[in-house]
Design a binder for this molecule. Structure first.
Ligand SMILES: Nc1nc2c(ncn2[C@@H]2O[C@H](COP(=O)(O)OP(=O)(O)OP(=O)(O)O)[C@@H](O)[C@H]2O)c(=O)[nH]1
Ligand SMILES: [Mg+2]
Length: 369
C-alpha cells in the first residue's frame, strides 16, 4: 500500500525551515499573480519521439513554434551563461590539469547552486576520471564534467514519469506559498487533458478567495472542471468532495491544490495528515503522486524545503518551477543526487506551454554547452 508518511513521530514543534520560508510567504503575498494569455497547445509529456512529430507539425502550421528542447535551452539561458562561460574561462586559463583547476571548477559549481556536497562528489569523481583516463589537456575536462553530472543524476535509475497509471489517479500538489503550485496545476491539467485523460481539479487551497479564483481561471483555460468550496473552508472537505466527484464522473486524474502558508512543521503535518487520511479512506484504489513544487530561483533554499517536506510526507516527485528566471538551475543536480527524489517536471515560463518533462540528457546539454 502507498505510504503517505515517512516518519510520523517527528518532533512536532520544530520550526519549519526557518525564516526563509516566512520570507517567501511575505514575498509571495506582495506578488500580484499575472497569468499570461494562453493560446497555444501543450504536450509536456513529449519525449524525443513526440518532439520529432511535433516539429513536423510545427513546420507545417506555425513556423515560429519552438521545440521543447529549444524552450528548455531558452529557459536555462541564465544558468548556462553563468556556468558555461565561467567553466570555459577557467579551462582556457590553465595549461595543465592540476589541483587549482579543480578548485576553480568547484567554486563555479557551488555558486551555481549545485550545493557543496554534490559539488564535492562531482569534483572527486572528475578527479578520478582525469587520472584514469590520463587527461592532460584542460579543454578535455569539460566533456568529462558533463558526463559525470549525467552519471550522478542517473545513478539511482529513478522513474521520471508521473505516477498516474493505472487510472484513477490522484496528484496531491504540495509546496510553500508562491512556488508555483497553482500555475503548475493549470499547465498539468491542460497537458493531461490533451493526452486524452479525463481530469478534475480540487481547490484545496482555501486560504483566500483569490487562490480559488486563480485556480478556476486555470481550469477554464485548460477546459477542466474545478471542485471548490468558499474561502476558509476545510481543505480536507474540498478534497473529499473532489474524490466523490472524481469517482462519480469516472475521472482519470484528480489534481489537488493545497495551501502553502504552513510555516512550521507541525502545521504542515496536521494539514497534510488530514488530506492523506481522507484520500486513503475514500480513494485507496487510486494511484498516488505527491508532487512537491519548488521554486528554482530560491536555489539551496529549495533544497531545504525539499528536505522538510520529504521528512513529513512521502514525496514521489518534484516540479521545479521558474527555471527561466534564474542562474540557479544547478540546484536540480543536488535535488536528484542528494535527496534521491526525481524531478519530474520543470517550469520554464508562465505560459501554459511552459511546463516540460524533465530529461537529464537535455538538461545537461542546456546548462553546459
Ligand atoms: N517565470 C516563471 N514564473 C512562474 C513559473 N511557474 C509559476 N510562475 C509564477 O509564479 C507566481 C506564483 O505562482 P502560483 O502558481 O500562484 O504559486 P502558488 O504556489 O500556487 O502560490 P500560493 O497559492 O500563494 O501558495 C505566478 O506569478 C506564476 O505566474 C515558471 O515556470 N516561470
Ligand atoms: Mg496557489
Amino acid at each position: 500500500m502507498f505510504k503517505w508518511f515517512k516518519k510520523k513521530d517527528k518532533k512536532k514543534d520544530e520550526i519549519f525551515d526557518k525564516e526563509e520560508l516566512i520570507e517567501e510567504k511575505d514575498e509571495a503575498e506582495t506578488q500580484e499573480v499575472e497569468d499570461d494569455e494562453i493560446d497555444e497547445n501543450i504536450n509536456v509529456e513529449s519525449t524525443v519521439n513526440e518532439l520529432e512529430e511535433g516539429k513536423e507539425e510545427v513546420e507545417d502550421k506555425a513556423p515560429k513554434k519552438i521545440s521543447l528542447f529549444e524552450k528548455l535551452m531558452g529557459g536555462l539561458t541564465k544558468t548556462r551563461k553563468d556556468i558555461s562561460s565561467k567553466i570555459d574561462n577557467i579551462l582556457k586559463s590553465y595549461k595543465k590539469v592540476d589541483e587549482e583547476l579543480f578548485d576553480d571548477l568547484e567554486e563555479v559549481l557551488v555558486t551555481a547552486d549545485v550545493g557543496v556536497n554534490t559539488t564535492m562528489t562531482l569534483i572527486d569523481n572528475l578527479r578520478e576520471r582525469v587520472k584514469e583516463e590520463k587527461v592532460s589537456e584542460p579543454k578535455e575536462v569539460k566533456e568529462l564534467l558533463k558526463d559525470e553530472i549525467k552519471k550522478l543524476m542517473t545513478e539511482e535509475n529513478m522513474d521520471y514519469k508521473l505516477n498516474i497509471e493505472p487510472s484513477p489517479a490522484i496528484i496531491l500538489v504540495v509546496g510553500v506559498n508562491g512556488v508555483g503550485k497553482t500555475t503548475t496545476i493549470g499547465k498539468l491539467a491542460y497537458r493531461l487533458k490533451r493526452e486524452g485523460k479525463k481530469v478534475l481539479i480540487a481547490a484545496g487551497d482555501t486560504f483566500r478567495a483569490a487562490a480559488i479564483e486563480q485556480l478556476e481561471e486555470w481550469g477554464n483555460r485548460a477546459g477542466v472542471d474545478v471542485i471548490s468550496h468558499s474561502e476558509g473552508a476545510d481543505p480536507a472537505a474540498v478534497i473529499f468532495d473532489g474524490i466523490q466527484a472524481a469517482k462519480a464522473r469516472k475521472v482519470d486524474v484528480l489534481i489537488c491544490d493545497t495551501a502553502g502558508r504552513l510555516h512550521n512543521k507541525s502545521n504542515l503535518m496536521n494539514e497534510l495528515n488530514k488530506i492523506f487520511r481522507i484520500t486513503e479512506r475514500e480513494f485507496n484504489e487510486a494511484t498516488k503522486e505527491v508532487l512537491l513544487v519548488l521554486d528554482a530561483t530560491t536555489g539551496q533554499n529549495a533544497m531545504n524545503q525539499a528536505k522538510v517536506f520529504n521528512e513529513v510526507a512521502n514525496i514521489t516527485g518534484i516540479a521545479l518551477t521558474k527555471l527561466d528566471g534564474t542562474a540557479k538551475g544547478g540546484v536540480i543536480i543536488a535535488l536528484q543526487s542528494e535527496l534521491k527524489i526525481p524531478v519530474k517536471l520543470v517550469g520554464v515560463g508562465e505560459g501554459i506551454e511552459d511546463l516540460q518533462p524533465f530529461i537529464v540528457e537535455d538538461f545537461v546539454k542546456a546548462i553546459i554547452d
